[in-house]
Design a protein around this ligand. Structure first.
Ligand code: FAD
Length: 445
């Protein structure tokens, strides 16, 4: 007899997980705490409520968000099907009518006889049984406390302090030097140098830059260790020179003298060809980040792969805790999915929900959980959250995140062609994997 599976959270990840489990003829108990207890961002009792934008990003072949969506479609994602059915005109993006999307999803889940929706807050992680935890970035306080007991408080984060990431190809390497501050870090760091005049102009622009609007529940309760860079700057003109921009031990190659201030860029291990602006987490508008950070010598034409952000976001330190099947290392019947497992974005939440659901179903029927191949977007996301890495932060899907791209494809200079071939390889790999591993009987209907 297959075990009943518990899913906590009827958001994007949890609803998809529950559906995948039920489609494999396994009964599910899906807990959703709304409307009895609302999150600070949700406003309805609907499953899969989109709390902010109604866009699921680009639906243009040749982009990474399209690839992930296409994989989800091929894997039989319920949420992608409903998204396609409820789409509204939005150029090359897939945007949905959010009310219709959530209503249709709620109806489909309610109409699935193997899913029992329980409108109740789960206050503690179940002590046993197969469970998918998909309670999202705004997990209720009681459950968050219970998760912290399981993960250790140091492995459950409540805020995202994200530094911008720039494309290596857009940097002026003649202005940057690979020196590292205390002789540590080797080639993993680059430095950008500022003279006194350059620093003062940058400082002035930084403290005057326009902030991104704050939502009530994002009201800052910053940890001293990760203040937004503009906030730190406002404490005094030299604060940055004694903090993230300290020039200690660094010589400005333009003058041969000690630099007045320096920005350190750290190689992003898991996103090829990308550099992180160390300590530059911030809460500025994206357009302002582009304008102000481009004032730094060497970054004049920087292309931003990700902008800095600070927002409320519960997620676990997955590299310490999870396998690439989304199972907890120390308790394999416990799965984490959605934003909580360290992915960022609507489709990424759906993708990890689908994978956790599928694997919970495999485990429930006595089979071994699996991870899609590393060439695929879905498989790469799962590998990203489980990969050993320092400074783990939630990630969106990008081509740079793909865990396996052949050297031949990587050597192609034309970005469009490279992405076309990565896409083709990912979809072939996904089809082969589904044929070999995933052909399973489905529930009726
Ligand atoms: C304010 C905000 C805005 C965002 N905007 C965007 C955006 O515009 N675009 C984008 O791509 N991504 C956005 N994200 C990131 C992310 O994609 C979404 O949060 C996404 O909904 C995450 O999916 P999820 O399934 O992990 O969580 P959710 O969709 O939030 O689902 C979690 C569900 O669990 C329920 N729940 C929580 N605790 C319990 C409990 N103890 N018991 C039972 N149920 C519980 C919640 O009510 C909720 O329904 C945003 C995140 C936040 C916080």
């Amino acid at each position: 007899m297959e075990q009943i599976v518990t899913v906590i959270g009827g958001g994007l990840a949890g609803a998809e997980a529950a559906w995948q489990i039920a489609r494999r003829a396994i009964p599910v108990r899906l807990y959703e705490m709304r409307p009895a207890l609302m999150t600070p961002a949700h406003t309805t009792d609907g499953l899969g409520e989109l709390v902010c934008s109604n866009s699921l990003k680009s639906d243009q072949p040749g982009t990474a968000p399209w690839l992930l969506k296409e994989e989800l479609r091929r894997m039989g994602s319920l949420l992608m099907r409903i998204a396609d059915e409820t789409r509204v005109p939005a150029g090359q993006a897939l945007a949905v009518d959010r009310k219709l999307f959530s209503r249709r999803l709620t109806e489909e889940i309610a109409g699935e006889p193997l899913i029992n929706v329980v409108r109740d807050e789960v206050k503690e992680l179940p002590a046993d049984g197969i469970t998918v935890v998909a309670s999202g970035p705004l997990t209720s306080d009681a459950l968050a406390a219970s998760i912290a007991l399981f993960t250790g408080t140091e492995n459950l984060y409540f805020y995202d302090a994200i530094s911008p990431i720039v494309d290596a190809a857009s940097l002026d390497m003649s202005m940057l030097s690979a020196a590292s501050r205390y002789g540590k870090g080797g080639e993993d760091y680059l430095n950008a140098f500022l003279s006194k005049d350059e620093y003062l102009a940058f400082y002035d622009a930084l403290i005057r830059a326009e902030s991104a609007p704050l939502r009530e529940f994002d009201r800052p309760r910053y940890f001293e260790g990760c203040l937004p860079v503009e906030e730190l700057a406002r404490r005094g003109v030299d604060t940055l020179r004694f903090g993230p921009m300290k020039p200690v031990g660094l010589t400005d190659p333009r003058t041969g003298r000690r630099a007045y201030a320096a920005l350190q860029l750290r190689r992003e291990n898991l996103i090829a060809g990308a550099w992180n602006l160390v300590g530059f987490q911030n809460h500025m508008k994206f357009s302002e980040q582009r304008r102000v950070f481009r004032m730094i010598p060497g970054l004049e034409n920087a292309e931003f792969l990700r902008f800095g952000q600070m927002h409320r976001n519960s997620y676990i330190n997955s590299p310490q805790l999870l396998q690439a099947t989304l199972q907890a290392k120390t308790r394999p019947e416990l799965f984490f999915a959605g934003q909580l497992c360290g992915v960022e974005g609507y489709i990424e939440a759906m993708a990890t929900g689908l994978l956790a659901g599928l694997n919970a179903a495999l485990l429930s029927s006595g089979q071994t959980p699996r991870t899609p191949p590393p060439a695929t977007a879905c498989g790469s996301l799962a590998r990203y959250v489980a990969a050993e890495q320092k400074n783990f932060q939630p990630a969106n899907i990008t081509f740079g995140l793909l865990a396996e791209t052949s050297a031949e494809i990587l050597a192609i200079r034309d970005k469009k062609e490279r992405h076309r071939l990565q896409t083709q390889r990912a979809l072939e790999a996904m089809t082969e994997w589904m044929d070999a591993a995933l052909r399973r009987p489905v529930a009726s209907g």
